[in-house]
Write a new protein. Structure first.
Length: 358
């Protein structure tokens, strides 16, 4: 929520720069802020980092979808992930105007899955109450940091969303409410699953549901629908960022024009199959390394650079605010480096059984 305020204030500072009126609000996105602050190279860094974040998120989603759906598909993990990749590749071709309605279907699927899962939890004969103890190593704290921040990705969209609002004074209340709802959902569902299943739960907690009853099938199917409706949107953005998706072309294209797209999709699916047994480490890597960059460190650096470019009174409150920004950036850097190191270590050595919801 604090980062949403940073984005809003950065946009206000950018609007005060000479020539800012030449850029329409619809084009004042995250890349625009980076370009105003650091020039063309700043915009390129944002574009590359965001594309990497979204690509790794797609890989994580495909792994999550495959592991979640393998029970229904009757396949092992790699084959289930490959199947989900094929479905995602087909859904990429759905027109964007149709995807405007997909978010509603995704939300309905998430609500159905969560409700069915909670009902199944409360029907368990006995909960495996975990024994609360201190972590065996400080590395688990940084692993958890990566997982938590992965769940709250999407901050690069904030500037564009802020500029598209008809009443921007309602930005902070809207973002605060949305994040509180998301936090409540993740905390309640994750905590209940942890209390019911204990410390030996799988990375995708639908794998721990007992039996093969209706509730289990409904939960898995609904989560699969939710993930499969999300992954193609991210994959299409990745293809667009890499300039291999023919946006805005109306005439019929030869099949050879889709060869780069096909190669990237195949590479993405292959990566997901190879990393299928490391879901928690994969999500932690994406969160600690890339989401941490685009959601914590880079927004703060852009804001502080814009503050130095726009003349303003250096009051005590201003100095305190800058001090807090430096502290947040330093904390994000330390947690990001440590979390990335832990995630890479886990990817190279062994799967980590930290819980990641479907």
């Amino acid at each position: 929520m604090a980062m949403s305020t940073v984005h809003a204030q950065a946009l206000e500072l950018a609007a005060k720069r000479p020539g800012a009126s030449a850029t329409p609000p619809s084009q004042r996105d995250f890349g625009y802020l980076a370009e105003v602050a650091f020039g063309e190279w700043g915009k390129r860094i944002i574009a590359i980092t965001t594309a990497m974040e979204l690509w790794l998120a797609v890989v994580t989603f495909l792994v999550m979808s495959g592991i979640n759906a393998q029970g229904l598909l009757g396949m092992d993990e790699p084959h289930a992930v490959a199947f989900c990749t094929a479905i995602t590749a087909l859904l990429v071709f759905i027109p964007l105007r149709v995807y405007a309605y997909v978010s509603l279907a995704s939300l309905v699927a998430l609500c159905v899955a969560s409700t069915a899962y909670l009902i199944d939890l409360f029907q368990m004969n006995e909960w495996n109450w975990p024994l609360f103890s201190a972590p065996l190593g400080v590395g688990d704290v940084f692993r958890a940091y990566g997982l938590i921040i992965f769940c709250f990705a999407g901050h690069p969209c904030f500037p564009a969303l802020h500029q598209s609002m008809s009443d921007r004074t309602k930005w902070e209340p809207c973002v605060t409410f949305s994040f509180l709802v998301a936090a409540g959902y993740y905390v309640c569902l994750g905590l209940l699953a942890f209390l019911a299943l204990g410390t030996n739960m799988h990375a995708v907690f639908t794998a721990d549901m007992s039996g093969s009853g209706v509730l289990r099938r409904v939960t898995i199917a609904a989560f699969a629908v939710k993930i499969q409706l999300t992954a193609p949107v991210l994959l299409r953005v990745v293809l667009t960022c890499l300039r291999v998706w023919p946006e805005g072309v109306e005439e019929e294209l030869p099949l050879t024009s889709f060869v780069p797209t096909a190669l990237i999709v195949v590479f993405t699916g292959f990566s997901a199959c190879v990393l299928a047994s490391h879901l928690a480490a994969l999500a932690s890597l994406c969160g600690a390394f890339l989401v941490n960059l685009t959601s914590v460190i880079l927004p703060i650096l852009i804001y502080m650079k814009l503050e130095s470019l726009v003349p303003s009174a250096r009051t005590t409150a201003f100095k305190v605010k800058l001090g807090l920004c430096w502290a947040a950036a330093a904390l994000g850097a330390v947690a990001g480096l440590a979390g990335t190191a832990m995630a890479v270590r886990d990817l190279l050595h062994r799967p980590v059984s930290l819980g990641v919801g479907s």
